[in-house]
Design a protein around this ligand. Structure first.
Ligand code: FAD
Ligand code: FES
Ligand code: FES
Length: 1332
């Protein structure tokens, strides 16, 4: 079928409006259609692969057979437009807007402070909205399940959950806080009367949910479904045609004549293949209108489920069947239900089909092992007729392939009832507990001879143990006809180990972990079976502990902050929990992000061509084929750059576009511009770059150390006399810790739009950057024009976390060169995978240390060497090394301390600033030292921490005097609020009672320096205009990236001008209004810009003073008017010079910080030693942030940072291939925390009675400090591991690198299963991934 042929009209509804598309392109997704064609930009692009939920919409369909309307959430990025024929789609714009009426979901998420950068918010809103359409009074479990597939990088989820919780019936009173009080009253067992406790939001304000107000399903679609006689529909695009057969016969005919054409159902396998692997299907067949594929038939032996049923439908069908039959008959059903509950996200399960899951034949499919173990079969049809095929070991032949012939279609799947004495179980372990493909997954079934422990039949299948679902047939054989007892099972473990061996370089890595998980799962199965046999009185043995799942019920949390002073005017918003000023428009989808700016005439899209080699000479670049692709306009190379071709930092040059040589995979070589994004991508894929590899690329810190490959200068600091001190200590401990890197994973990928004005080389750059001035300067230099021709505009940023400073400037410069060369507007929005590949992240660190201490626990000397992996360009790595060293003491007064830090130059993409800027790596090194000192001495770590803390008037290792009083207050308060001592006892008791579950409790303090050590970066400016109608426009140098800086500036202006915040507007950050700005970073944005805004407002207020005196009874508006007529300027700039900080690295002394933020965090975790999974059951954070300007914003920063830290230290793992290619290039491979990672109880307390003379209104910067306290979870896990190790007789310190992923945790537990796994000798094989 060829392009350009007439096709049918596609006909569906969006937000109650009919859409008729007569040239529907089968390659177009609903997301592209909404954003590019309809300009409905509320639905966001976060990943494009179904992994983040930012694009969630609600799809509604009418089912003529049952006459019901169904509503389900789906990822618009995977929904083919053509699939929507006859459906009604609701997007965030369709449920409410500020122009009409906002929907209660939008209101509650916004007012509960659940929207920071707001990029995830429309997706959250739509997931929750869909839930409410189906269940107006959901349970907490419904909510957490619904939001499992919606990622948020800013909030830490707590406020989103709290906003959504208000829809639950049970929230009328939670009755869970144990005191008989309602959780919603804000606290328990405190002396302060309940009514006096300030609240973050007021439930009374909320609009009620009124289901009658919702959009109705279009009657026209019902009529169409009921009356129109179905006919085959076809749609033709440029490269692909789509056909919708209406009957099984037609489907068979089509498939017979086009056996290679995929049957697209949910498109969750085919979609990502087209997108990421560039697969082109000339024909797609969609069987969604073939009713036979959706039929459900019950027989005495079981149930036939239509292969087209979605996984959600399968789950709910099985759930309905279970109560209708005796327990024993539904063993398989229950195992499938359990597995379906954990498979993907709700959005995925709502569209992914049963047949699609089986036929995709993923090696780690969750269903296939259970279906296979459960003796399921399927019915397949082709022109040759129907046949039944067993889903057994012969069915899955190789990666993604089954025994079915290409022309065969799965019509239905048979799920048998189980028999008496038959038991079926399913287990899985995944990098993240929810919304994540499994590492290993299994289905196990055993059938006993009547009332005996003798195995009559057994089948065990695993996923994740090779290229296909595999059968453990030999293991089963070792169990058949034998009694289910320890002796037989112990032999079975050995057989299993031998049977499912993986080569050490197996794709996917984690070989030891995967192998021992197979044993763990068999052991778990054994425990469950023993329980069953015992219940049936077949055995009377003493049973080992019953293993329960990790706790998952989210409890109400506490947020404690202080009232504003009694005398503060009610009109003064400073210190009050004011909602983020854009939260409502973020929740309605009206908030405009860079890629939401409408297309301009003749606009081009830019796609990048990046290096596929880590270290090579470029020997050729052939763009001829790319230029022949329709729509491709030009290919931009280094030769096209009219100005400077390099970005120089610390004396090192970084090429914008590589010309002769590449030094990492992912380095940008050239760029293709075309009329559409799709054409630009096709063009980029067609550019041929040839290389000649250069020898010995360097990837790891060890390799860099060996080859002395560093960016200079290397920094060192010393206090006391370390060498001498080691001679007099009682004990010495040496060790090493590795801290993995971290991807920023801002939800909005790097985005920019460069518009040439058309005269005098003037450019408008709309860009998502934290540092507009740097972008402006870089663009100007690259174009060889003065900065006054380049204006950068930032409306808002969908998250940044340090990743949108230097790297954004490089990308914006390339887009600007393209705009300059073509004289057309150029838009560049990176795909998630490209973004992760190219832009680097947090520096991985290798820390080596030697510590000397006394038997009483006091640390006398420490010698620490840190190496960070900077990648191929210096970027800000030297400053990162400096900040690492300046925080290496954390809160400890170590009299003899020597530390050095070097930035390793390697052939990986260059790393850059990331929230905390080295401190999170530094903190874990020193805290690990303290933790190990405790382990050597056999004492609780909190005691060692306390012994070594700064006390009284103190001096740091860089000779800076400070008072640790508030740090000690945070520590004590954290211990008290968390009930630390009592819970420590509880934890010990728990650990004594459980062999395979362990708990850990940890408390960690922090001292974090605020402001830039480079004094010039501490300045800020603002511009404030008052218009004659009394409205005020504030502009300042800070970029709004979710941290709420605009909200705080509005509060400052409101206080200074004595007018309500509603009269103050902040439109954007722009280099033409406030020039020469500093980055919004270092937690210093509010400190500096707040003072500048204050300064400008005070100037204006003073100017109005004579007018106020003249008209004392006047109003703000009348004074402003009068001032205008009296020719008083109503516009003022404000400036803040900021502190003159400095650090002299030669003298090893200075004052690099304006002040410190202090805090302490206590976390308790529960660990499943048989899988390595853990759950944070409770977190209490006490933070000293002075007098908070806005407690809701500040608590939001604390919670969000903590969760990002939790991700860094326990979850997020970057994997590189041995040739330096980043494997983890999307949410499917790289797991940031999701709702399932939230602490079950998450309490935050702002330290009372704290003042700070160094920042605006006595506040403190809080953007970064708390991230490092995520390490508390790491140390709690470490404690739980230590408890597990002691069961195997292992005591004392043990190595544990960060992140403490389930794999590392599991192996560190050193269970009898891990000890069985032979470890391959390093060097004897090529590992799948590098250990960076
Ligand atoms: C973000 C994400 C997370 C996921 N997480 C998990 C997870 O945790 N566990 C897990 O097991 N899976 C997971 N999956 C995989 C998902 O379950 C499968 O992709 C899905 O079930 C495939 O069904 P589909 O209808 O979308 O298939 P499609 O993409 O529409 O089709 C897939 C293939 O199946 C073939 N096919 C479909 N129906 C039939 C039929 N009736 N007869 C013959 N061939 C047919 C098609 O020809 C095609 O080749 C995830 C997927 C995504 C995108
Ligand atoms: S953009 Fe669709 S799920 Fe991420
Ligand atoms: S608010 Fe959720 S990603 Fe920013």
């Amino acid at each position: 079928m060829s392009a350009g042929r007439e096709g049918d009209d596609l006909y569906f509804y969006i937000n109650g409006k009919k859409v008729m598309e007569n040239h529907a392109d089968p390659e177009m997704t609903l997301l592209s259609f909404l954003r590019e064609k309809l300009r409905l930009t509320g639905t966001k692009f976060g990943c494009g692969g179904g992994g983040c939920g930012a694009c969630t919409v609600m799809v509604s369909r009418y089912r003529p057979a049952t006459k019901e309307i169904i509503h389900y959430s789906a990822n618009a990025c995977l929904l083919p437009l053509c699939q929507l024929h006859g459906a009604a789609v609701t997007t965030v714009e369709g449920i409410g807007s500020t122009k009409t009426r906002i929907h209660p979901v939008q209101e509650r998420i916004a007012k509960a402070h659940g929207s920071q950068c707001g990029f995830c918010t429309p997706g959250m809103v739509m997931s929750m909205y869909t839930l409410l359409r189906n269940r107006p009074q959901p349970t907490m479990e419904d909510i957490t399940e619904t939001l499992a597939g919606n990622l948020c990088r800013c909030t830490g989820y707590r406020p989103i959950i709290d906003g959504c919780r208000t829809f639950c019936q049970e929230t009328n009173c939670c009755q869970t806080n144990g005191s008989g009080n309602c959780c919603l009253d804000g606290g328990k067992s405190t002396e302060e009367p309940e009514q006096e406790k300030p609240q973050l939001f007021d439930r009374e304000e909320f609009l009620p949910l009124d289901p009658t107000q919702e959009l109705i399903f279009p009657p026209e679609l019902i009529l169409m479904a009921e009356t129109a006689s179905p006919r085959t529909l076809t749609f033709h695009g440029e490269r692909t045609s789509w056909v919708f057969p209406t009957s099984l016969e037609e489907l068979v005919r089509l498939k017979t004549s086009n056996p290679e054409a995929p049957l697209v159902m949910g498109n969750t396998n085919i979609g990502p293949e087209i997108k990421y692997k560039g697969v082109v299907h000339p024909l797609i067949i969609s069987p969604t209108r073939v009713t036979e594929l959706f039929e459900v038939t019950q027989t005495p032996q079981g149930v036939w489920l239509g292969a087209g049923c979605s996984l959600s439908e399968v789950r709910s069908l099985l759930e309905k069947l279970v109560p209708q039959f005796p327990d024993e008959k539904t063993e398989l059903f229950k195992a499938l239900i359990q597995q379906l509950g954990n498979l993907g996200s709700q959005q995925i399960r709502n569209v992914a089909s049963l047949g699609g899951n089986i036929m995709s034949a993923y090696p780690n499919s969750d269903l296939n092992p259970v279906l296979a173990a459960g003796n399921c079969k399927l019915s397949a049809i082709s022109s040759g007729g129907r046949r039944e095929v067993s889903l057994n070991q012969d069915f899955f032949v190789s990666f993604g392939k089954t025994v079915l012939k290409p022309e065969e279609i799965v019509v239905s799947v048979f799920i048998p009832f189980s028999r008496k004495w038959e038991f079926v179980r399913a287990f899985r372990q995944a990098p993240r507990k929810e919304s994540s493909f499994a590492t290993v997954t299994t289905g196990m079934r055993v059938f006993f001879s009547e009332a005996s422990r003798v195995v009559q039949d057994i089948s065990i299948y695993y996923g994740g143990m090779g290229p296909t679902t595999v059968s453990a047939a030999r293991t089963c054989k070792a169990l058949i006809a034998r009694p289910w007892d320890d002796e037989v099972l112990s032999r079975a473990y050995d057989v299993l180990l031998d049977e499912l061996a993986l080569p050490p370089s197996e794709p996917g890595g984690k070989v030891e972990f995967r192998r021992s998980l197979t044993l763990s799962f068999l052991f778990k199965f054994n425990l469950e079976i023993l329980q069953k046999l015992r219940e049936a009185n077949v055995i009377t043995d003493e049973l080992p502990e019953k293993i329960r799942p990790l706790p998952r019920e989210i409890q109400p949390s506490l947020q404690e902050f202080q009232h504003v002073p009694k005398l503060q005017s009610d009109l003064d918003p400073v210190g009050r929990p004011i909602m983020h000023r854009s939260a409502i428009s973020q929740a309605t989808g009206e908030a405009v992000y860079c890629d939401d700016v409408p297309r301009t005439d003749g606009e081009l899209s830019l796609a990048l061509v990046t290096s596929s080699r880590a270290h090579a000479k470029i020997t050729g670049l052939d763009a001829s084929e790319a230029l022949r692709i329709p729509g491709v306009v030009d290919v931009i190379t280094a030769k096209d750059i009219p100005g400077t071709k390099v970005l120089t930092m610390f004396g090192y040059d970084e090429e914008l576009l590589a010309e002769k040589e590449v030094s990492c995979v992912g380095q940008i070589v050239c760029a293709v511009v075309a009329d559409t994004r799709a054409h630009a991508k096709q063009g980029a894929a067609a550019v041929k770059v040839s290389y000649e590899d250069l020898p010995d690329p360097i990837f790891t810190a060890e390799e860099a150390i060996e080859k002395s490959s560093f960016f200079e200068p290397r920094r060192m600091i010393e206090k006391g006399s370390v060498t001498e001190a080691f001679k007099s200590v009682d004990r010495v401990h040496e060790g090493e810790i590795r801290v993995g890197g971290q991807e920023h994973f801002y939800m909005e990928t790097q985005s920019m739009l460069v518009i040439p004005i058309g005269e005098e080389t003037e450019f408008n750059v709309y860009v998502s950057t934290q540092w507009p001035t740097f972008t402006q300067g870089t663009v100007a230099k690259m174009l060889g024009i003065p900065s006054n021709r380049v204006t950068c505009h930032i409306k808002r940023i969908g998250g940044a976390f340090g990743g949108k400073i230097t790297k954004t400037s490089i990308l914006a410069s390339i887009a600007s060169v393209a705009a300059w060369k073509t004289n057309r507007a150029v838009r560049c929005v990176l795909d998630r995978g490209e973004d992760m590949l190219i832009t680097g992240g947090r520096h991985p660190l290798l820390g080596r240390y030697k510590v000397g201490f006394m038997n009483d626990g006091s640390i006398v000397a420490a010698d620490i060497q840190c190496y960070i992996n900077a990648g191929n360009a210096v970027d800000e790595s030297i400053q990162v090394t400096e900040k690492i060293l300046l925080h290496i003491d954390n809160v400890y007064n170590i009299p003899n301390l020597r530390a050095s830090c070097a930035a390793c130059r390697t052939n990986l993409p260059s790393n850059t600033a990331f929230r905390g800027f080295g401190v999170p790596q530094s903190l874990i090194v020193i805290e690990n030292i303290v933790d190990n000192v405790a382990a050597v001495l056999g004492r609780p770590a909190d005691q060692i921490r306390e012994i070594n803390m700064y006390k009284g008037k103190s001096v740091t290792h860089y000779k800076f005097e400070f008072s640790p009083e508030n740090m000690l207050r945070c520590w004590d308060e954290c211990k008290a609020k968390s009930d630390y001592s009592a819970r420590r006892r509880d934890v010990e008791q728990f650990n004594q009672q459980h062999r395979w579950k362990k708990r850990g409790l940890s408390i960690v303090p922090i001292k974090y320096g605020i402001a830039f050590a480079e004094a010039f970066l501490n300045q800020a400016a603002a511009l404030v205009h008052i218009y004659t109608d009394g409205s005020v426009l504030v502009t300042h140098g800070g970029a709004e990236m979710g941290q709420g800086i605009h909200t705080k500036m509005q509060q400052v202006a409101s206080r200074e001008l004595h007018i309500p915040p509603s009269q103050i507007y902040i439109s954007e950050t722009s280099t033409s209004t406030v020039p020469n700005t500093c980055p919004s970073a270092a937690s210093f944005g509010t400190d500096s810009n707040g003072m500048a805004v204050k300064n400008a407002c005070q100037t204006l207020f003073q100017r109005l003073q004579p007018i106020r005196e003249k008209y004392p009874k006047g109003s703000w508006k009348s004074w402003v008017n009068a001032a205008f007529f009296e020719k008083i300027s109503l516009s003022a700039t404000g400036f803040h010079r900021g502190p003159d900080l400095h650090m002299d690295w030669d003298k090893m002394e200075g004052q690099p910080y304006a002040y410190y933020v202090f805090g302490a965090c206590c976390c308790e975790v529960e660990l499943d030693c048989l899988t390595g999974d853990s759950r944070t059951v409770r977190t209490d954070i006490v933070a000293d942030i002075g007098r908070s300007l806005n407690p809701s914003v500040d608590i939001g920063q604390i919670e969000g940072a903590f969760m990002q830290g939790l991700g860094l230290y326990t979850l997020e793992e970057l994997k590189y291939s041995p040739s330096g290619l980043l494997y983890t290039r999307g949410p499917s491979q790289y797991k940031i925390p999701a709702v399932c990672d939230m602490p079950l109880q998450f309490n935050v307390y702002l330290l009372s009675d704290s003042h700070n003379p160094h920042a605006i209104y006595s506040s403190k910067g809080i953007g970064e400090p708390i991230l490092s306290l995520g390490s508390t979870v790491f140390f709690a896990i470490k404690e739980a591991i230590a408890a597990a190790r002691s069961e195997s007789g292992l005591v004392g310190p043990f190595p544990l690198d960060s992140p403490a992923t389930p794999e590392r945790v599991y192996l560190a537990c050193a269970s009898p299963f891990t000890q069985k796994i032979p470890v391959s000798k390093p060097g004897s094989f090529k590992p799948w991934a590098l250990n960076i």
